[in-house]
Design a binder for this molecule. Structure first.
Ligand SMILES: *Cc1c(COP(=O)(O)O)cnc(C)c1O
Length: 411
């Protein structure tokens, strides 16, 4: 990377001195964003293909959502949930209609939404299905990412993320993703639920075979097991449908959403569920001080209204080939695989041309902000408001980087 300016150096050094190293950020200090672009302290602009891991799907500094947030902050920012705040009903109606689910419960982060879904599934298991007390099992997938709480780490297979944080919460079992037989074999009488990402995001945009989600839905229904779709990253228009489960025309029992539910302005998450499952929550059984706060609700309502037009999903589907086919052309010439949906693509780097971080560095030099998820995988998540020119720019820059590395590789 190019040499750091004094201003960038100062920020990085002070953060390193007083902050905690639970992340390892690239040496890049951003100060501004607009649409699909961000600007660093030295005025250099980057096309943002990270989109805060899909939280800023509607781009940066989106006036429409800023107005909503500021307007609501001026009016009423936070009440306790011991009273009603006007607007929640309208949001609840909007998101249930958008998803086809019956009910919603609001939290703040993706991890909290998943914790909530786990609690709902367990309680449903005991109170409705009749699983003996403390015996409920939830099946999750190898390669999953559902958040960072101790219970969620209990069913992660990322050893780096787990090391030193035990003892873990019992009651989880892992099976291979995209393997319906493995799932079938793992289900027993005490199985309350299966939790999965419809496309594994942190895993590197792993798209299961067509029909897999439908098969999971049929199997879980047959065996009286809940299906929980973690749509924290795939949801809210990211993949070309509002929710990814809609691509296979199924309806899960529980769906979690977060990230771009507030267009990236404040942390907001939600659990969507069926009447039967959500009925397990009665007053006092679950909650959060900021869960369902008026600012979050106002923003999430605005996002739902925007997605209800269908405009972004359609644009996303139309532009998908520009991104996907553009990158696919590099398979066999520096990339080993390209997969994805909508404006969300995972690419694998041929080790012959280097590692994913090498390619990421080259692209950042050239003004494309991008991040690897695994040592040889890069996830590209342009905001869903990105236009054709911006997508073409990304393909052009990626092509230049990969071709240069391909030409220079050791034969
Ligand atoms: C990001 C993510 C989460 C965790 O969300 P946080 O808001 O960081 O807690 C959970 N599930 C998936 C699929 C995610 O991508």
């Amino acid at each position: 990377m190019t040499e750091l300016s004094q201003r960038a150096r100062a920020e990085i050094d002070t953060a390193a001195r007083y902050g905690t190293s639970n992340y390892n950020p690239m040496p890049l200090v951003l100060v501004e964003g607009k649409g699909a672009w961000v600007t660093d302290v030295d005025g250099k602009r980057y096309l943002d293909a990270v989109s805060a891991f899909s939280a800023t799907n509607f781009g940066h500094a989106n006036e429409q959502f800023i107005e909503v947030a500021i307007g609501q902050m001026r009016k009423l920012e936070l009440t306790s949930r011991s009273v009603h705040a006007e607007g929640f009903g309208k949001f609840a109606e909007a998101i249930t209609k958008l998803s086809g689910m019956d009910r919603v419960l609001m939290m703040n982060t993706g991890a909290e939404a998943n914790e909530t879904a786990i609690k709902a599934a367990r309680k449903w298991g005991y109170k409705v299905k009749g699983i003996p007390e403390n015996q409920a099992k939830i099946i999750a997938m190898h390669g999953n990412f559902h958040g960072r709480t101790t219970t969620i780490m209990s069913f992660s297979d990322d050893e780096n993320a787990r090391d030193g944080f035990g003892p873990f919460t019992p009651g989880f079992e892992l099976v291979n993703y995209n393997d319906i037989e493995a799932l079938e074999a793992a289900i027993d009488d005490n199985t309350a639920a299966v939790i999965l990402e419809p496309i594994q995001g942190e895993g590197g945009v792993i798209v299961p075979d067509e029909g897999y989600l439908k098969a999971v839905r049929e199997l879980t229904r047959e065996r009286n097991v809940l299906m929980i779709c973690d749509e924290v990253q795939t949801g809210m228009g990211r993949t070309g449908t509002t929710f990814r489960f809609q691509a296979e025309e199924i309806l899960p029992d529980l769906v979690t959403v977060a990230k771009s539910l507030s267009a990236g302005l404040v942390p907001v998450s939600a659990v969507l569920g069926s009447n039967e499952v959500m009925a397990v929550f009665t007053p006092g059984t679950h909650g959060s001080t900021f869960g369902g706060n008026p600012v979050a609700v106002a923003l999430a309502t605005a996002v739902c209204e925007e997605l209800a037009t269908g405009k972004w999903q359609q644009q996303n589907q139309e532009l998908h080939p520009v991104l996907f086919d553009g990158l696919r052309a590099l398979v066999g010439r520096g990339l080993t695989d390209v997969r994805g949906a909508g404006l969300w693509v995972g690419v694998d780097i041929d080790p012959a041309i280097g590692t994913a971080p090498d390619v990421v560095n080259d692209l950042i030099e050239r003004g494309v902000l991008i991040k690897n998820t695994r040592p040889q995988s890069i996830r590209i998540a342009l905001p869903i408001i990105a236009n054709r020119e911006e997508i073409e720019l990304l393909v052009r820059e990626m092509t230049a980087v990969i071709e240069a590395r391909w030409a220079a590789r050791e034969q």
